[in-house]
Design a protein around this ligand. Sequence first.
Ligand SMILES: [Zn+2]
Length: 92
Amino acid sequence: MLLLSIYIDIFASNDYFDISEILQIMTDLLRELAGNFCRCGNCKRTGHSFCRPCFLSLPHDLRDHLYRLAGAGYELAFKLAAEYLKTHGKWS
Ligand SMILES: [Zn+2]
């Protein structure tokens, strides 16, 4: 039910049209939120997408967008944050 709700919210936002990209983003989001380890290898709190050092390395304006709810911009903010962390060597 949660997955369906997230899918509908993302699709309704008209930010994404590619179903494979939507499913990949949803999979990444749920994996990051459910786990106890950040993708960099550090421990993190369950329900958070990043460990504290990764979160604090993000630009301030991007951090602010990560407080948005699913379906209201969080997915895009997560995607941009993941790309930022990859290009800055924090995530593989
Ligand atoms: Zn991290």
